[in-house]
Design a protein around this ligand. Structure first.
Ligand SMILES: Cc1cc2nc3c(=O)[nH]c(=O)nc-3n(C[C@H](O)[C@H](O)[C@H](O)COP(=O)(O)OP(=O)(O)OC[C@H]3O[C@@H](n4cnc5c(N)ncnc54)[C@H](O)[C@@H]3O)c2cc1C
Length: 510
């Protein structure tokens, strides 16, 4: 075997977890190969806002916000379904202990810098920090990155999906990916795009994982271990159906044809245990004329009705919580988001991407009418029910109290509407013409997958670790279960466990 095919660590995928693992490994002097299936780096992580839920770090201290490890523990202990289940407790403690270390380690590199991102957490629970404790990498100019990296970072979702203009400055997830990739190559790591890992190579009686096989027939070897951080299986309809993940491939936010779960399947073939019960990171999805769904949050006015014309939840709920409400009944997918003309015919929310209102109207994903009666006819919901829903909601707007779903009572609800009281989230529908936009159940990825321990080691059903095999990000079962604690939970947990995986594998040469 030539040296070219032999590395200390092979990282599968190039999202935030993968590249954190690769950067930490490369900085520690390990030889690193990153294998990315698509032509571009970053996956869904590059589309992301780059928020990282990493509590108790020096970044929150610099910002002077009342964050602490203890506060984050209190918060998780309240919101997680079973925080004292031993495996969950062990992972929570590993996560809380390593988050500050990881950020200090990353910021010790001049290529990486974070800042506090004001963005409320998703539950009103003890330990919640006003306006959140999430951090994000600061923006970086593409030209400040090594030339190849600048061009290889996946474009923002608006550009990738609907061709909206790109920009030279990378922010959020693009900055995270660009900065981490720059560290990897500066430290001698190798990034190879266009190679999908489909198999894991094993050796010896203990079936130690010693490398990978790619779809194009490469066999590449890893002395210390393989880190699978190749996203979930959101793009694979058969696996979604098998594991009962609601929604659809077309409505999911991952880059098209990227995250199909091949590497998860390769690990399962070696006897890895899996837990698919957390399902996904959900969100309401604005349906696009091409059948896609766009991650939507921050509703400023309007209301969502099911196919009977009735509201079923607080539209301003954090997106995963709203998505889980949508998933509760079949007549909620699709739903109709009914809004008026106060924003000039644009959606009063943040949709990534929103798309062109005229194209929506032409395709019938949006409908417009001079009266609510007419609108009800166009979208096929009972006109009397829609009229009653709007009249009741407008009454709540007059009193400033949403007696049905409490819209506007939480800090998160009003964050996008001006930061004031409930009134700001309770805006009447009274400015015709009226619109209805079709909404589906979208996701930011699946979050069920390989069972790992606090060191990121992939476990078998009997609880033993598969030597040489690690997983992080959406390839692994989320430690948060069916809960999405706050902005940056997917990336923060992916980064921590990828880093812990590298720490472990560096000690365990095969
Ligand atoms: C618009 C938007 C905003 C978001 N904002 C945030 C945010 O601010 N903070 C946050 O925490 N989360 C956010 N999310 C969610 C978050 O981006 C994802 O859940 C998270 O990035 C998933 O990380 P991952 O590494 O598991 O997968 P990905 O980032 O999708 O990376 C997986 C990579 O692996 C590659 N791959 C797949 N299969 C293979 C294979 N067999 N071989 C080799 N490579 C393979 C894929 O091509 C892809 O590049 C957002 C999502 C969206 C869509």
């Amino acid at each position: 075997m030539s040296d070219e095919q032999q590395y200390d660590v092979i990282v599968v995928g190039s999202g935030g977890g993968a590249l954190t693992g690769a950067a930490v490994a490369a900085r520690a002097g390990l030889s690193v190969l990153v294998l990315e299936k698509t032509a571009l780096l970053g996956g869904t992580s590059a589309y992301s806002g780059g928020a990282c839920w990493l509590p108790g770090t020096q970044v929150q201290q610099r910002a002077g916000i009342p964050d602490s490890t203890e506060g984050a523990r209190a918060y998780l202990d309240t919101i997680l379904a079973d925080p004292d289940e031993p495996a969950t407790r062990a992972k929570v403690e590993a996560f809380l202990a390593h988050a500050p270390e990881l950020v200090a380690q990353l910021e010790a590199d001049e290529a990486m810098e974070f800042e506090w991102l004001p963005f409320p957490e998703y539950y009103d629970a003890p330990g919640r920090v006003p306006f959140g404790r999430s951090i994000q990498p600061t923006t970086i100019k593409r030209d400040a990155l090594p030339p190849l990296i600048g061009e290889l970072v996946r474009p923002p979702v608006e550009l990738d999906r609907v061709g909206a203009p790109g920009r030279r400055t990378l922010s959020g997830g693009q900055s995270l990916i660009g900065r981490l990739a720059a560290i990897v190559v500066r430290e001698g790591g190798i990034l190879r795009t266009g190679h999908a890992v489909v198999d894991l190579l094993t050796r010896g009686g203990d079936a130690r994982v010693v490398g990978v096989r790619t779809a194009d027939g490469l066999e590449l070897h890893a002395r210390f271990g393989v880190l699978v951080a190749a996203g979930g299986f959101e793009g694979n309809a058969a696996l979604r159906a098998e594991h009962g993940v609601p929604g659809a491939v077309a409505w999911s936010m991952a880059p098209r044809d990227a995250n199909l779960g091949e590497a998860i399947r390769a690990a399962l073939a070696l006897g890895a245990a899996a837990d698919f019960s957390a399902l996904g990171w959900f969100c309401p999805g604005l349906e696009q004329p091409d059948g896609g769904g766009s991650f939507t949050l921050g509703f400023r006015s309007g209301l969502m009705v099911d196919q009977t014309g009735r509201r079923y939840a607080n539209e301003c709920l954090p997106y995963d919580r709203f998505g889980r409400e949508m998933a509760k009944a079949p007549d909620r997918v699709p739903s109709w988001f009914v809004f008026d003309s106060r924003e000039g015919g644009r959606l009063p929310a943040i949709a990534m991407p929103e798309g062109d209102p005229a194209a929506h109207l032409e395709a019938g994903t949006w409908l417009r009418a001079g009266s609510l009666d007419e609108l009800a006819g166009l979208i096929g919901v009972p006109a009397d029910a829609l009229a009653a829903t709007v009249s009741r909601f407008n009454g709540f707007c007059a009193t400033g109290v949403d007696a049905d779903f409490g819209r506007g009572t939480d800090e998160y609800d009003t964050f996008f509407t001006g930061g004031g009281g409930p009134d700001e989230a309770l805006v009447p529908l009274d400015q015709p013409p009226y619109y209805a936009a079709r909404f589906v159940l979208s996701d930011l990825g699946t979050k069920g997958g390989l069972v790992t321990d606090p060191a990121g080691r992939v476990l078998r059903e009997d609880g033993s670790a598969i030597p040489g095999l690690y997983a992080a990000g959406n390839s692994s079962a989320s430690m948060f279960g069916g809960v999405y604690p706050g902005p940056g939970a997917p990336l923060g947990s992916a980064m921590v466990f990828a880093s812990l995986a590298v720490r472990d594998l560096a000690r365990s040469e095969g």
